[in-house]
Design a protein around this ligand. Structure first.
Ligand code: UDP
Length: 529
């Protein structure tokens, strides 16, 4: 990839110190980047975007999962794309290289496009802590929540524009007229105009949204849309997420996808799962046993060598039934509500343990609320009656190695008897598809994309996310009827295979970009103005 980048190498070199910082690459540490970025001088931009390289992923391997017909369709579409887009580049721009659903998906999809010989690249923007505080606020408001209680007004808009103007200047020369720029999420919104001015086709993808707008979400969109001037198309996960002020002709609906071969979703045999959960330290008496081995994203062998940070008064045995929720420590994931629902409505009526699993909150993160929410969850756990507290385990997974982290998520989801995702608000909820892929029934709130993934055959939807007795009944029922849980799990796996594997995702993007090209042919709009 380095050779393919050509003229881009100057900006890559300028940010190498950041990219090489192991804490940064571990993800969730974006706030630290500013320490590694050179101080502003006249000739050095404060916030620079930099290129991320990802390993090639062989599309042929997908055939085992999606079958011959679907594989042929992707190969055919790629051939057509190469012909139509010859000499053009598709640029993805996101706010972090690792950690979270967007980075995970880009690692995979960009890797497949490499194998398909389509020129797709990935840039990650830089920003300061204030920038990430503001964009996290936008994220919360779009989900209808006030977040840190701060404002979104002219000073915040000004700060975003300043940071984005630095980022745009650091890479704009690399983007040519006719290229496609796919901006991901609110953090990158302020780049649309700069790239459109260069004659690129700009598409903005929101990975978040809320089914029913409220005052805060409307205010968030009013704040955000001026930053999106120049975008030709907008992609949302669900139709209901598109704000009313956008023209329906510009709106595309593309759901996310999972990769069956990533460390997070690849097959693990039961012995390997056991080795992993022993290494994590989440089950009794297993630490120091056999080593869990897996395949890293770049194809090299990986081994789990580090434990997680676990808060527990007792640990389940390796054969005890376990209920698992994997989430960021974010109030909208309602880890505390899951804990209360389990303690009051599951634990008193039969066996079973709850594991709440999230990323380590040590250090500075691009999710400034994570440490706070974990502390609140820990305090709620301490306040549980002892009998119930002893059946709840809080797990903070190390983030130093993104592949190890993913493998741990994989093992914990496979170890689960029931997976839950009791979010109060959700964009898509990749953890649901991930759990379903492992053949586990998922109990999830009927919010956002969770509603698209869980059907009556594949899991249980909770119409009211805060109805803890209903949550308890659903979970208890599945723990007590293992046959029903297994049947649901098998249907869940099939559902993900049919709807949420990456080939479908790539085909939808190809369709969208093809449409932009066709409109260019009609209007002749390729020149830099
Ligand atoms: N995740 C992870 N490690 C963790 C916690 C979460 O890799 O310790 C992943 C999780 O497996 C999923 C993603 O983060 O792939 C979360 O995506 P989702 O759509 O569920 O929620 P979001 O965090 O984007 O709101």
């Amino acid at each position: 990839m380095a050779e393919a980048l050509g003229p881009f190498q100057a900006s890559v070199a300028a940010t190498r110190a950041v990219a090489d910082n192991p804490r940064y690459l571990s993800g969730w540490y974006t706030g630290e980047k500013s320490a590694a970025v050179p101080a502003r001088r006249d000739d050095v931009r404060m916030h620079q975007a930099y290129a991320v390289d990802v390993p090639r992923r062989p599309v042929a391997a997908l055939e085992d999962v999606i079958g011959h017909e679907r594989t042929s369709r992707v190969l055919g579409a790629a051939a057509e794309f190469r012909r139509a887009f010859h000499g053009r580049v598709v640029w993805n721009v996101s706010s972090t290289a690792a950690g979270g659903g967007v980075a995970d998906m880009l690692q995979v999809l960009v890797g497949y496009t490499k194998d398909l010989a389509v020129d797709v690249r990935w840039l990650v923007i830089g920003g300061d802590p204030e920038f990430f505080r503001i964009t996290k606020r936008v994220h919360n408001w779009i989900h209808g929540h006030a977040g840190d209680g701060g404002d979104l007004g002219a000073p915040e808009l000004g700060h975003i524009r300043d940071v984005m103007s630095d980022n745009a200047a650091s890479v704009a020369d690399e983007v040519s007229a006719g290229d496609v720029v796919l901006l991901h999420d609110p953090q990158t919104a302020g780049l649309a105009e700069a790239f459109a001015r260069r004659g690129a086709h700009v598409v903005w993808r929101s990975h978040i949204g809320m089914d029913e707008a409220n005052e805060l979400s409307r205010a968030a969109w009013a704040f955000l849309l001026p930053l999106l001037d120049g975008a030709e198309a907008y992609v949302f996960t669900r139709a209901s997420y598109a704000p009313a002020m956008l023209s329906p002709q510009q709106v595309w609906i593309i759901p996310p996808s999972i990769d069956p071969f990533s460390p997070k979703n690849q097959w693990m045999d039961p012995a390997n799962v056991r080795a992993a959960i022993g290494q994590i330290g989440a089950v009794a008496g297993q630490f120091g046993g056999p080593v869990c081995r897996y395949t890293r994203r770049d194809g090299s062998p990986g081994e789990l060598r580090h434990p997680a940070s676990v808060a527990a008064e007792a640990l389940p045995g390796p054969d005890d039934p376990v209920v698992v929720q994997v989430s960021r420590w974010d109030r909208l994931k309602d880890m505390s509500g899951v804990m209360r629902g389990f303690a009051e409505h599951v634990a008193p009526y039969g066996p079973g343990w709850l594991m709440l699993v999230g990323p380590s909150v040590e250090g500075v993160t691009d999710d400034p609320e994570g440490a706070l929410v974990f502390a609140e969850t820990l305090a709620d756990w301490r306040n549980l009656p002892p009998e119930q507290r002893s059946r709840v385990v809080l797990v903070n997974l190390p983030m130093a190695d993104a592949d190890d982290n993913a493998c741990m998520v994989n093992a914990l989801q496979r170890h689960a008897t029931v997976i839950v995702q009791k979010s109060l608000v959700e964009g898509f909820g990749l953890t649901v598809a991930e759990g379903m892929w492992k053949g586990r029934p998922v109990v999830g709130s009927a919010v956002g994309g969770i509603q698209d993934q869980i059907t009556a055959e594949t899991g249980i939807l909770l119409p009211e996310p805060t109805d803890l007795p209903a949550f308890g009944r659903a979970v208890r029922g599945l723990l007590d009827d293992r046959d029903a849980a297994e049947t649901m799990g098998a249907a869940a796996h099939e559902y993900v295979r049919t709807h949420y594997v990456g080939d479908l995702h790539l085909l939808r993007y190809a369709e969208l970009f093809g449409t932009l090209l066709a409109s260019e042919a009609r209007t002749g709009s390729r020149a830099v103005t």
